[in-house]
Ligand binder design. Structure first.
Ligand code: NAI
Length: 308
């Protein structure tokens, strides 16, 4: 399994590190536009190999896409992150140009690649990749829900005072502060609905804290987070590499599912060797359906900027 990670910045380097530590890929190519930067990150990471006990070969290149040829999976993290007070949507102008030029280069050298889109605004960037390439729709995966769900589980465990591995929950819809839909109704603590343990007010608070999870960290760090985003990406790459058939909420092209068409937004999918192997249609109640439709409409509004 050869994996290319475009953008050797905070998220790109973090996901390369997690992929290497889990030791399921033969090769990771880090590529960045900044002269020598990816080479430096790759060398630093390779010098952890004997300490961390992995055999994955990490190389770094500056803008030479021929070195990415034959990649099975490519992760796009290139672009600017938000600063405190910014929304993800405000990044569109700069990042759309970067993502478009990057994916065209990637596909030229790896025509059958599975692309994981991370750059923000992610749902719109995933849609852009559909428009800019002829890749099959199951080969384009937007990463947002996997991260947002991890943040949801963190907040649920905090509220329940339980270990994080005992809780389960999922966040669907847009990867934006206002668009995320944490499915509190379906969240569970060891199989028992969390509504048995937490009041409606407390659950509401958990959902709100989840939605601003990225903004909270951006305020604390001065830039957006990287450990959990990197771990979420590496979990998706591993599900593909190891054909795990794992269920994650990911931003994928909808063609009628959830009553939506021609838009990428977060829904539960099964991820395996073929990328998105199935879109899972969860039965939403009326309030959730309305919220999902509103969130999707907001993504469509952002998508309009791609035409200008
Ligand atoms: P960063 O600034 O640390 O790294 C970005 C890297 O991209 C830089 O090293 C830069 O030189 C490189 N780059 C810029 N243009 C390029 C090009 N044309 N080709 C190759 N490399 C290029 O930023 P960070 O924190 O790694 O975030 C990256 C992106 O991921 C941002 O858009 C951020 O908003 C997004 N993000 C998305 C998340 C999600 O859940 N979908 C979570 C966290 C971040």
């Amino acid at each position: 399994m050869k994996v290319t990670v475009v953008g050797a910045g905070a998220v790109g380097a973090s996901c390369a590190e997690y992929i290497a530590i889990k030791d399921f890929a033969s090769e990771v190519v880090l590529i960045d536009i900044k002269e020598g930067f990816a080479e430096g990150k790759a060398m630093d990471l390779m010098q952890t190999a004997s300490l961390n006990g992995f055999d994955t070969r990490i190389t770094g290149v500056t803008n030479d896409y021929s070195k990415t040829a034959g990649s099975d999976v490519a992760v796009i993290t290139s672009g600017i992150p938000r600063k405190p007070g910014m929304t993800r949507e405000e990044l569109i102008g700069t990042n759309a140009n970067i993502v478009k030029s990057v994916v065209e280069q990637l596909v030229k050298y790896s025509p059958n690649v599975i692309v994981i889109v991370v750059s923000n605004p992610m749902d719109t960037m995933a849609y852009l990749v559909h428009k800019a390439t002829k890749l099959p729709k199951n080969h384009i995966i937007g990463m947002g829900g996997a991260l947002d769900s991890a943040r949801f589980k963190y907040r649920l465990a905090e509220a329940l005072n339980s270990p994080i591995s005992d809780v389960d929950g999922m966040v669907i819809a847009a990867h934006s502060d206002s668009g995320m839909l944490p499915l509190t109704r379906l969240a569970s603590y060891r199989g028992v609905p969390v509504t048995e343990f937490l009041s409606a007010d407390r659950l509401n608070q958990v959902a709100e804290d989840t939605k601003v999870g990225g903004a909270t960290l951006t305020k604390l760090l001065g830039t957006s987070a990287w450990y959990a985003p990197g771990a979420a990406v590496s979990a998706l790459v591993q599900a593909i590499a190891c054909d795990q058939k794992k269920l994650f909420p990911c931003s994928v092209l909808l063609e009628g599912e959830y009553g939506q068409k021609d838009v990428c937004v977060g829904v539960p999918v099964i991820i395996g060797r073929d990328g998105v192997e199935k879109i899972v249609e969860v039965k939403l109640n009326d309030a959730e359906k309305a919220k999902f439709a509103e969130s999707t409409e907001a993504v469509r509004e952002v998508n309009k900027a791609l035409a200008s």
